[in-house]
Design a protein around this ligand. Structure first.
Ligand code: NDP
Ligand code: 8X3
Length: 248
């Protein structure tokens, strides 16, 4: 099996590359930081193919897919994992540039990758697309504004893919984790304020990248007649907030 993983230079994506290759599969690992990809490739050997890719660059996606060596062209599993949150400020204090970057990456990048890879899967009558959503797409929280909205898009786009793909043999899943440590997600969100990033996980036992990678691997290796439409994961220590009511 060949899995194409976007955002494989860190966090969930790197963990997925390790899990898929440990189980004898091949992984195309894509991200912007090539040095990171090369280090992962040195670790995992010739079962991985590192490619420099910015998913916000439509032409680069086309060129990357067109440039795949013959032995790597049949993508069995696409994991649309590249994504980010930027900022935790309320909407009225947020940066429009940050909002646009999240939409360009989490929504447009994911859609463009899917659009590029899907026709060949349908033509073959097989394939699995795993989109990495988030609990932020289902539950609002202060400061979640556009990030949560991008993940709600991921959820509904995935379900609408399912509606179109019935009968084609191609599967689609929204894999939506909650609080997960051991990645660069909060460091990116807090824009390099690593102390603030570490505080997010203080006193918790969060999910780990390996948990998400194992779940993605499980989804991808289910019998072909089974489709996980969506799966939401939280650490046991995480729950839900009550409604906020401003009185007086
Ligand atoms: P990391 O920051 O550790 O990894 C994000 C990855 O995305 C990196 O490899 C980064 O690589 C890549 N990336 C970002 N922008 C682009 C781009 N424009 N083009 C290509 N690659 C890009 O975070 P996580 O592993 O935690 O996050 C992975 C996914 O999981 C994201 O979609 C995130 O929203 C989601 N998620 C995370 C949760 C968490 O708590 N950690 C919970 C729920 C969902 P590079 O910078 O080298 O391009
Ligand atoms: C990441 C989970 O709760 O930080 O998608 O938004 S959360």
């Amino acid at each position: 099996m060949i899995v194409f993983i976007t955002g494989a230079s860190a966090g969930f994506g790197a963990a997925m590359a390790r899990v898929f290759t440990a189980n004898g599969h091949k992984a195309i690992i894509a991200a912007r930081r090539v040095d990171r990809l090369q280090a992962l490739a040195a670790e995992l050997g010739d079962q991985v193919l590192p490619i420099a890719l910015d998913v916000t660059d439509k032409a680069a996606i086309r060129a990357a897919l067109d440039g795949l060596p013959a032995a790597w062209r049949q993508i069995d599993v696409l994991v649309n994992n590249a994504g980010l949150a930027l900022g935790v400020k309320p909407a009225h204090e947020s940066s429009l540039d940050d909002w646009e970057t999240m939409i360009d990456t989490n929504c447009k990048g994911l859609v463009t990758m899917t659009h590029a890879v899907l026709p060949a899967m349908v033509a073959r009558g097989a394939g699995t697309i795993i989109n990495i959503g988030s609990t932020a797409g289902a539950y609002p929280y202060p400061g979640g504004n556009v990030y949560g909205a991008t993940k709600a898009f991921v959820e509904q786009f995935t379900l609408n893919l399912r509606a179109d793909l019935v009968g084609t043999g191609v599967r689609a899943t929204n894999l939506a984790p909650g609080l997960c440590g051991g990645t660069e997600f909060s460091n990116v969100r807090m824009k390099g304020d690593d102390a603030a990033a570490a505080k997010v996980y203080e006193g918790t036992v969060p999910l780990a990248p390996q948990d998400i990678a194992n779940t993605a691997y499980w989804i991808a290796t289910l019998p072909p007649h089974m489709n996980v439409n969506q799966i939401e994961l939280m650490p046991t220590c995480q729950g839900f907030s009550p409604f906020t009511i401003k009185r007086g």
